[in-house]
Write a protein that binds this ligand. Structure first.
Ligand SMILES: NC(=O)c1ccc[n+]([C@@H]2O[C@H](COP(=O)([O-])OP(=O)(O)OC[C@H]3O[C@@H](n4cnc5c(N)ncnc54)[C@H](OP(=O)(O)O)[C@@H]3O)[C@@H](O)[C@H]2O)c1
Length: 343
């Protein structure tokens, strides 16, 4: 391992969209990173995306993240000082809600905490988990015009409702119950642990992947929502009223590991969002204008607001613009489609 000053972060889900940006941000901030992956080939694929950080990036194979024992080797050399838990099934059309979403999300969330306690040797200082606006938003209230969501809000879904749910509702339930399980675990183990918890709760995450996207086959569900707009003739209807840029989400995770006051806090990282506004702003780029539908220019469907200012106050997070996020996302998708077509 190369000389480094800030410690080593164990990152789960580093092969994904959000996890990749977290790895990039962590490495660029001076941390070493140990990513977990379900197979050696998946670990190698992720490591290859960061060639200039080869000496500060390592991996550990965690075949089943729902068992604490699976992490024993990841902690074995005693170097882990921080943890980012980003792995969770992001699947908006599960076949079996319990098997595909609830069990891996919830057991995965508490297993990493249990593993940090059992195998961390008292060296782990902070755990940051990628939760979601799905854990904040009360889906039963719909567009809720005039309401402002912030960290005090919780998706009120119960276990019984979660098990009986499907689709997007089930995914949101998996995120809410997984985050609750983490806070409950922390409260129950307070006397024994060396670390505290912070959670990052973004709405739809858009923005670029950290690596060059060469195809559109395995996009995160959120990026796929923008991908389907390219070369289509319709702008999607309102679903959720918030977004965050992938680079901001990554910065929030890394700062929440470091800022003392972040411990014990949830951070709603994001801003208001409408598909039509994203398309209008991206269409200011003449190349993108050729690939995106016009829709109802200027339309802004009334709905709730997203208050992401706690992340600015505590973490010093500065938000960018929807124009930049939308433009960067669509440009990367258009390029990936070209590479795919040429392959
Ligand atoms: N994108 C968004 O709009 C958004 C918004 C809020 C929160 N989030 C959260 O951000 C995190 C990452 O999402 P993403 O958008 O980056 O999606 P993604 O690209 O699909 O990545 C998901 C990651 O989680 C891992 N994972 C999923 N199920 C797993 C399991 N059972 N065991 C081990 N690893 C598993 C995947 O591992 P493999 O690479 O091995 O498949 C992948 O690395 C998730 O916690 C998601 O809930 C995303």
């Amino acid at each position: 391992m190369a000389a480094q000053t800030k410690g080593t972060i164990l990152v789960t889900g580093g092969g994904g969209f959000v996890g990749g940006q977290i790895i990039r941000e962590a490495l660029e901030s001076g941390f070493a990173v140990r990513l977990t992956a379900r197979s050696a080939s998946s670990a190698a694929r992720t490591i290859a995306r960061f060639p200039s950080f080869a000496t500060s990036l390592s991996s550990a194979i965690v075949v089943d993240m729902t068992t604490p024992e699976a992490y024993e080797a990841a902690f074995a050399d005693g170097s882990i000082t921080h943890i980012v838990h980003s792995a969770s099934p992001f699947n908006l059309s599960p076949q079996d809600t319990l098997r595909d979403l609830l069990k891996p999300a919830i057991k995965g969330a508490t297993s990493i905490l249990e593993a940090a306690l059992r195998y961390g040797g008292g060296k782990v200082k902070r755990v940051v988990a990628t939760s979601s606006f799905a854990a904040i938003h009360d889906l039963s209230t719909g567009a809720r015009e005039g309401y402002t969501y912030d960290e005090k809000d919780w998706n009120p879904v119960t276990w019984e409702e979660a098990v009986a749910s499907t689709g997007t509702v089930a995914y949101c339930a998996s995120k809410a119950l997984a985050e609750k399980a983490m806070w409950d675990w922390i409260a129950a183990h307070k006397a024994e642990i060396s670390f505290g918890l912070a959670t990052v709760c973004p709405p739809w995450v858009f923005g670029p992947y950290a690596h060059e996207l060469r195809d559109t086959k395995t996009l995160s569900e959120s990026v796929q929502l923008l991908n389907v707009i390219v070369d289509s003739d319709a702008v999607p209807a309102f679903d959720f009223g918030g977004y965050a840029d992938s680079r901001e989400v990554a910065a929030a995770h890394v700062r929440a590991l470091e800022v003392p006051e972040a411990e014990g806090k949830r951070f709603l990282v994001g801003q208001d969002f409408r598909y039509q506004a994203a398309v209008d702003l991206a269409r200011e780029d003449p190349e993108l204008a050729k690939r995106l539908p016009v829709g109802k220019t200027g339309e802004w469907v009334p709905a709730y607001h997203i208050d992401g200012t706690l992340a600015t106050r505590v973490l010093g997070l500065e938000y960018g613009t929807l124009k930049d996020t939308a433009t960067q996302t669509f440009r990367q998708l258009v390029k990936a489609r070209e590479l795919e077509a040429a392959a």
